[in-house]
Ligand binder design. Structure first.
Ligand SMILES: NC(=O)c1ccc[n+]([C@@H]2O[C@H](COP(=O)([O-])OP(=O)(O)OC[C@H]3O[C@@H](n4cnc5c(N)ncnc54)[C@H](OP(=O)(O)O)[C@@H]3O)[C@@H](O)[C@H]2O)c1
Length: 305
């Protein structure tokens, strides 16, 4: 099936930015779910574990699960998949109630290496399957620029059921176009750097047109200057919310998936507590107008140089 037919098949459920926001999967969760282009659902808010030391990861994830997060974003590169798996196992939650994403290491793009790396990810997590597995970076300067073979290898994991969904990260529109031409299976998500200083409007539009859900990494831009921005602070004062909550709510209302990271109890809770208020259209526009195309992370077209 080509991507456009697939898009038509799920169009009845599409309402926001190419994906649908459905109210919570679990009876009690306030977190909306996004329907991916293969019919799987993903909680729109999750918990990221980049730069959480392995020895701190199980406790942080345990705390997040206690607060109510049901979506964890890790990667082979973060070195803490094992501890994520341990926290899920000891939570007492059913495996199917926690959505876990991991990503392929940059040294494992060749098909046989990718197969070995995927086996290792499942083993480290202690899972029989993963909810979402991503190519972490397109690496156009490596492997003769051949991320398409890597994508075909992820499609094997999808077909054999060990990856419930597959997707990409840090792909630009021209990288996605190559997959579009060379594969029948579209990425379920594209995980990209996005926040009010890097709104990624064009790439998000491309993803919406192709029914690829957008995941915004570093959603609060690491909590630095952005949270001190006068516009964010004004809206925080007007809504009685923290700057981080305002920025996360902006992402949610744009329809993107987010997973802020924190090792601090108060912030893990604060970042979850964003479903009982709404930003006005004026607020959304004012935050979007902060865009300055400023990246915190590397440029996917040149990384690693
Ligand atoms: N695909 C990719 O290439 C890629 C790249 C980067 C990140 N990611 C994913 O995206 C997730 C989130 O991105 P990120 O960790 O880079 O950045 P982020 O979530 O935007 O920001 C995390 C930083 O903000 C602080 N923070 C968290 N909540 C806060 C709050 N309420 N108020 C003030 N400061 C707060 C944290 O400090 P404390 O921990 O001290 O609270 C931490 O230093 C990652 O964990 C990872 O899962 C993916």
């Amino acid at each position: 099936m080509n991507w456009f037919k697939l898009g038509r098949a799920i169009r009845t459920t599409i309402r926001t930015g190419g994906v649908s926001a459905l109210r919570g999967g679990c009876c009690m969760s306030p977190v909306p779910e996004i329907m991916l282009n293969n019919g799987q659902k993903i909680p729109q808010l999750g918990f990221g574990v980049f730069l959480i030391r392995p020895e701190d990861t199980a406790d942080a994830v345990t705390e997040a699960l206690e607060v109510g997060y049901r979506h964890i974003d890790t990667a082979e590169m973060y070195g803490n998949e094992k501890e994520v798996g341990e926290a899920v196992a000891r939570s007492g939650l059913s495996r199917r109630d926690v959505f876990v994403t991991s990503k392929l290491g940059n040294d494992a793009h060749r098909p046989d290496d990718a197969r070995r790396a995927f086996d290792q990810t499942l083993k480290a997590l202690g899972f029989a399957y993963i909810d979402l597995f991503l190519i972490h970076w397109p690496l156009p300067m490596r492997y003769d620029g051949d991320f398409v073979s890597t994508w075909h290898t992820l499609a094997e994991f999808y077909r054999d059921g060990r990856a419930r969904s597959i997707g990409v990260s840090n792909f630009q529109a021209h990288h996605l176009r190559r997959l579009h031409v060379q594969s029948d299976i579209p990425p379920a998500v594209n995980q990209i750097e996005a926040h009010p200083y890097l709104t990624q409007d064009e790439l998000r539009r491309f993803c919406a047109e192709h029914q690829i859900a957008v995941e915004a990494w570093s959603p609060i831009a690491h909590g630095g200057d952005l949270l001190r921005d006068p516009v964010i602070r004004r809206i925080a004062a007007e809504t009685g919310r923290s700057p981080a909550q305002v920025v996360l709510r902006w992402h949610i209302q744009r329809g993107d998936i987010v997973f802020p990271k924190s090792v601090k109890s108060g912030r893990i809770r604060e970042n979850f507590d964003i479903f009982d208020f709404e930003l006005s259209g004026e607020h959304i526009a004012a935050i979007s107008a902060l865009n300055r195309n400023h990246r915190i992370g590397p440029n996917p077209d040149t990384f690693p140089g």
